[in-house]
Design a protein around this ligand. Sequence first.
Ligand code: THR
Ligand code: THR
Lengths: 165, 165
Amino acid sequence: EEVSVRGIAHQKNVTKVSLVGVPDQPGTAAKIFAGIGKHEVNINLIVQAEHHGGKNDISFLVESSAFLRVSRFLDELVALVGGERAVVDENVATVSLVGEGVQREPGIAARMFTALAREGINIDLISTSNLMITCVIPKDRAEDAVRALHRELFEKGVVQEPRLD
Amino acid sequence: EEVSVRGIAHQKNVTKVSLVGVPDQPGTAAKIFAGIGKHEVNINLIVQAEHHGGKNDISFLVESSAFLRVSRFLDELVALVGGERAVVDENVATVSLVGEGVQREPGIAARMFTALAREGINIDLISTSNLMITCVIPKDRAEDAVRALHRELFEKGVVQEPRLD
Ligand SMILES: C[C@@H](O)[C@H](N)C(=O)O
Ligand SMILES: C[C@@H](O)[C@H](N)C(=O)O
């Protein structure tokens, strides 16, 4: 199938919250997001990767304007699930490649990550779906990242030749 | 805005690979996915969450039929980036809620996670975009998960009242 990148999106008004060392057992994620829901805070991204010995970390992004509210109940949330601590980073932004099937082609993901690496931009979180690849990067690098991705993917042409399989 | 879940998707023919303890510096993710791309393996999901002291883990899902090929170059990939080890889990499946804006409403994420928790299903990975929330769960629980989500979100009605803000 032919994969093409339709666009590059980015968002700077986000703050990252990571609940570190939460128990890796059924119910933990439910309690966290039910707790956040009570405060009517909108979420931009939720990411959880590999567990380590019965514990895991859950990261989420909220709009920066909502972070003050979130910060008021963060300790309570960590205590509720028996986590170790909350880590906050306000210096983050998202940059996303958008297009049907972009995450399937390792070539496209590699080009995205390579374009960021060439600019010396460190990737903090990665989340994908069949429609987009999203990277969380330092906020002060967002414009450089968008420019680098545009150069790599649009100016060099990214519409893949239809595969013959 | 009114958020509604359009559907529930799941996929069982996937295998999880996690590259554990990779250096958290620019270029690591690029090398990994350029390496995978050389072997023409399609990826179903890429997830990376919080780093710990200069190291991070990157997890990805491949179609189970492609895993044999991946397993042949996995050690080389770990060595290429200076990671600690690769962890493989073939007993995984994905279950996803699909609908515009589903990840923004913590209520919907909470209902998804709560429906899984009630069935005693542990969530192994989480990845979201503005179109879907995907959970990686044990493969032998996929049908239970889909049934539980259907009951929670469709039978109880999930179209949210339009917000007045
Ligand atoms: C860590 C958290 O996701 C846990 N595994 C759960 O199912 O809720
Ligand atoms: C861990 C990995 O994502 C690294 N931070 C990178 O930018 O490639």
